[in-house]
Design a binder for this molecule. Structure first.
Ligand SMILES: Cc1cc2nc3c(=O)[nH]c(=O)nc-3n(C[C@H](O)[C@H](O)[C@H](O)COP(=O)(O)OP(=O)(O)OC[C@H]3O[C@@H](n4cnc5c(N)ncnc54)[C@H](O)[C@@H]3O)c2cc1C
Length: 520
């Protein structure tokens, strides 16, 4: 066995998974076909619930330090052709961190390597086979061919996933016949920037600042810097583009010519991006020992959502794979990865698709719908709800016993805690990515029940200023697996805790049973 888990692809998803697996005490090897991180301008940063998760891991500062710009105050986010103005809320559910994707990948790679992950670049996976106990990847690299064998393999190899194809997992959905191009270029000689933001183009005339809707699509001109032109086109196009192939200046110029019927001179490119919109979602995230995560499993037709969903896939998956590798995973634990993350993907698809309907309508009825939405999004409740949808913080996994307590299945709230050893918080207790029993009401009965699992979970006793439950069982992915209601009698609280511990962390371990290794 060359590793416990093979990860195909060192994009954000594969690198995050590598770090999470190391935290859970297993040995991943990442196989990446590119010899180095490529400077393709894709995502401009992280947003939503993944930022909370990174804070719970104690790693958010590392990402903030790598950020290219100050963390903006939660503001106006594009949504369905409109803007959702979260500045109206005192505690907005959606946050963003500017961090261009190449920098993000560098930070994730550095972190994964520090934790002990092996990352092999220039290694393309070209074949796969699996049996009852192992999975083998055929790899092609500059030095020839190789075979790598492990207990599991996770395809984090992006939208055109070869792993998905080789595992025979269909990727149903649609590709919208629409391409958006966004660019920032310097102002070339024949163009004069006017004070009001319009431009005067020699031999063409004046083009006004703002949006234009010519017959062939949309064009927009805008910039806050007088030395740079911000350009945008949107066209109905059915050509398939590879997101890993960067847009060129020629491609942008041709698009502007088609949409605006103008040969617009362009200066040096500062940023060139192209967005295509797909709504695709695998029906199963697992085929035996092969699993999928990130863009390999889902593509959403709305900007700003993909990274957070992909990275959270890995947080859900890593500890479950580790439980299996360590030999104590309860039956069905690994299948809950599909159940929970397909559920989360479907929830994201819901609002991404709703945005398509809002954004792509150009008739008066669609305009009326947008206007109505914009009106509704002034009120706090719908604004809060859409903000939580965008952030992914409203995801509540349908876990067993979820009707016992409203927080079961949710991301654990970051309660301020007081312990014998001083002040702490739920976020701080999750730094090691260990499962915890957090007991908040001096419930000896619950602590004693959990004692039999203390090799696998950490038991913490604390007081909270605000106590939503007598105790929580929190999984390594920071989701609440079980909770005791306030003053819940022992006969139900201890009984259901025992069931939850068995369901998630295996039958009562013997003293000699293997434990979750702590990372050194
Ligand atoms: C222009 C643009 C803007 C975007 N903006 C945002 C945004 O603002 N917010 C957001 O959340 N998302 C955004 N996205 C989407 C985001 O970039 C993707 O969701 C993200 O890259 C997915 O990460 P991933 O690791 O799953 O896949 P990828 O980033 O595609 O990584 C897959 C990796 O696998 C490797 N690989 C593939 N096949 C093999 C093989 N056979 N063997 C070995 N290695 C292989 C690839 O080389 C690659 O490194 C944007 C995308 C584009 C194109």
């Amino acid at each position: 066995m060359d590793a416990d888990v093979i990860i195909v692809g060192a994009g954000p998803t594969g690198l995050m998974l590598a770090g999470e697996l190391c935290l859970a005490g297993v040995r991943p090897v990442v196989l990446e076909r590119q010899p180095q991180i490529r400077d393709i301008p894709k995502a401009g940063g992280l947003s939503g619930q993944i930022l909370e998760l990174l804070r719970y891991r104690g790693e958010l500062e590392r990402f903030e330090a790598a950020s290219t710009a100050p963390r903006p105050a939660p503001g106006r986010f594009p949504w369905g052709g409109m803007h959702v103005d979260l500045t109206r809320l005192t505690d907005p559910p959606m946050q963003a961190l500017p961090l261009p994707q190449p920098q993000l990948e560098r930070v994730l790679e550095e972190h994964a390597r520090e934790l002990g992950a092996q990352i092999r670049r220039g290694q393309e996976v070209v074949g796969l086979s699996q049996d009852d106990a192992t999975v083998t990847a055929d790899v092609r690299g500059a030095d020839g061919s190789d075979r790598v064998t492990a207990r599991y393999l996770v395809g984090c190899d992006g939208a055109s996933s070869r792993v998905r194809d080789m595992a025979g997992i269909p990727f149903p959905g649609i590709t919208y016949p629409e391409v958006q191009r966004l660019a920032l270029v310097t102002v070339p000689e024949p163009v004069t920037m006017l004070e009001n933001g319009d431009i005067d183009v020699a031999g063409v005339g004046r083009i006004s600042f703002g949006s234009h809707e010519p017959e062939r699509g949309e064009f927009a001109l805008g910039s806050t810097n007088p030395e740079l032109m911000g350009l945008y086109t949107s066209e109905e196009e059915s050509a398939e583009y590879d997101d890993d192939e960067p847009m060129t200046v020629t491609e942008l110029r041709d698009s502007i010519r088609r949409v605006l019927d103008v040969d617009l001179p362009l200066g040096e490119p500062i940023r060139l991006t192209r967005f295509t919109f797909h709504a695709r979602h695998v029906e199963r995230y697992r085929d035996g020992r092969i699993l999928l995560a990130g863009d390999a499993a889902h593509l959403f037709p709305a900007p700003g959502t993909a990274l957070t969903v992909g990275l959270l896939d890995t947080v859900n998956l890593a500890w479950k794979l580790a439980a299996d590798v360590h030999g104590w995973a309860p039956a069905g634990l690994l299948d809950t990865y599909h159940d929970e993350r397909h559920f989360a993907g479907a929830r994201t698809m819901l609002h991404a698709q709703a945005q398509v309907a809002l954004r792509r309508g150009y008739d008066p009825a669609a305009e009326a719908l947008r206007e109505l939405f914009q009106e509704l999004l002034v009120d706090e409740q719908p604004l809060r709800r859409i903000g939580a949808l965008m952030a992914g913080s409203d995801i509540r996994y349908p876990l067993p016993g979820h009707d016992r307590h409203a927080l079961i299945g949710t991301f654990a709230p970051d309660l301020a805690l007081h312990t014998d050893r001083g002040a702490t918080s739920v976020a701080e207790l999750m730094h090691g990515a260990r499962p915890i029993l957090l007991e908040l009401a001096d419930r000896l009965d619950l602590r004693e029940t959990a004692r039999d699992w203390e090799h696998r979970i950490d038991i913490h006793t604390a007081e909270a200023d605000h106590r939503p439950a007598d105790a929580f069982l929190i999984r390594p992915d920071a989701h609440i697996a079980w909770a005791a209601t306030i003053d819940e009698p022992t006969d139900t609280a201890a009984l259901t805790l025992r069931e939850a511990l068995s369901d998630w962390f295996g039958t009562r371990p013997k003293a000699t049973a293997p434990v979750i290794d702590r990372p050194s």
